[in-house]
Design a protein around this ligand. Structure first.
Ligand SMILES: Nc1ncnc2c1ncn2[C@@H]1O[C@H](COP(=O)(O)OP(=O)(O)O)[C@@H](O)[C@H]1O
Ligand SMILES: N[C@@H](CCC(=O)OP(=O)(O)O)C(=O)O
Length: 374
């Protein structure tokens, strides 16, 4: 069994653990998770909980058709979230706080920073942050869609050093253990490649949403950002006894790359680009070989409509070379594209930055990496 240590963990609990029979919510399994969280906090570790189960908790309380409509599901989420928070609160002798997030919150730089600061403030005050997707307001296009990936985004935002995903199987198997008795548990994954992605099937219960696919996606997102990710069986109390002794049961996904900064992680993995800036060859060489910032003189064209501080793609000869935070809106860039930096303030009639994308707000991205995180 591998060993692992951590200081700040995001712990994700699936619906199957919150609602073992798919209707309502029960402390049957989550009491063990709560005991683990309380023990960790006594050892000065920071924990953020991402809890699924609001929809399952309300099943049977909202009249629905055979096929649950979007509004029925939203109503269930709204009602069930209250049940969920109440249940968790009864299991701790410290306060809990509710954070309901959407993908728009994570993609907007200002809101993302606010989420990070809010969680830090709660942790500093001894409060347990409990996160869920805001299913009441999200529509398909704005959903993270599953709490596995939401937990990974949260771990990146708070710069956690561990993502712990608790589910109803021992870990990642070579096939779905429910349907393939020959499937064996994989204790350690050093690199998440297509073969590993191919092992995952869908949800194992009628309450789960993400299945193993979203767990591996989440593990890839987190490990790309230097965050070790552990997938364990959360409905077995001995799992948490082992974790408390530093053992790690289940499947440990090793971090890919230490040292990424939180901003670069957000730029590369979480932000959704709102437009494109097409640059000339001189700017391409400067940015890819000399680590330079993007100056207005190197801009040929701007596409899309975006505001200052939005994430944008940087393009050269039809190829994405990276993502960055723009210091200017698309309208302003239309005015300053191709001009020398010392003329920018005169053209825009205010004391403006002389760079369009500062190097610290830019991440070179290969097309493969970009594809993965779209
Ligand atoms: N390769 C695999 N290894 C382990 N479990 C798998 C695999 N492929 C599919 N599964 C299924 O994924 C399920 C866990 O995902 P899910 O039902 O969404 O649980 P949760 O509610 O915890 O998110 C397991 O119960 C199992 O049936
Ligand atoms: N936001 C949803 C959770 C969706 C979800 O990801 O569920 P699961 O796959 O069980 O972790 C809810 O609270 O029901």
């Amino acid at each position: 069994m591998a060993e692992f240590t951590w200081q700040t963990a995001v712990i994700k609990i699936g619906s199957a653990l919150v609602s073992p029979d798919g209707t309502g919510c029960s402390i049957q399994y989550i009491q063990h998770v709560a005991r683990f969280i309380s023990e960790c906090r006594k050892h000065n570790k920071h924990v953020i909980l991402v809890s699924s189960g609001s929809v399952a908790a309300a099943r049977g309380s909202i009249k629905t058709g055979i096929k649950v409509s979007a509004s029925e599901k939203s109503a269930m989420a709204a009602l069930g979230q209250t049940k969920l928070m109440t249940l968790w609160s009864t299991l701790f002798d410290f306060p809990c706080a509710q954070l309901l997030l959407t993908v728009d919150d994570l993609n907007d730089r200002q809101r993302y920073v606010n989420i990070k600061n809010t969680i830090q403030e709660l942790l500093d005050n001894g409060v347990l942050p409990i996160v869920n997707e805001n299913d009441t307001v999200t529509v398909e296009r704005s959903k993270v869609g599953d709490n596995d990936n939401l937990a990974a985004h949260t771990a990146i935002a708070v710069q956690a050093d561990c993502l712990l995903i608790c589910t109803d199987v021992d870990g990642l198997y070579t096939g779905n253990p429910r349907t393939n008795p020959a499937a064996t548990l994989i204790p350690v994954v050093e690199h998440i490649n297509d073969e590993i992605m191919g092992l995952a099937g869908g949800a194992g219960s009628n309450v789960g949403t993400g299945g193993m696919i979203t767990k591996i996606q989440a593990a890839k997102r987190a490990t790309y950002s230097g965050i070790q990710t552990l997938l364990v069986r959360g409905n077995d109390p001995t799992t948490f006894d082992k974790l408390l002794t530093g053992d790690c049961p289940g499947t440990l996904f090793l971090p890919e790359d230490q040292g990424n900064r939180a901003k670069h992680e957000w730029i590369a993995h979480t932000s959704h680009p709102k437009g494109e800036i097409i640059i000339d060859h001189g700017a391409f060489i400067a940015m890819t070989e000399r680590g330079a910032s993007l100056l207005p003189a190197g801009i040929i064209e701007v596409k899309g409509t975006f505001a200052q501080e939005d994430a944008v793609l940087v393009m050269h000869e039809g190829t994405v070379i990276g993502k960055g935070i723009s210091e200017f809106s698309s309208a302003e860039i239309q005015q300053i594209a191709g001009v020398k930096s010392h003329l920018v303030s005169r053209i825009l009639a205010y004391d403006a930055s002389e760079v369009v994308i500062h190097r610290d707000n830019f991440v070179l991205i290969t097309p493969e990496k970009l594809t993965h995180f779209e």
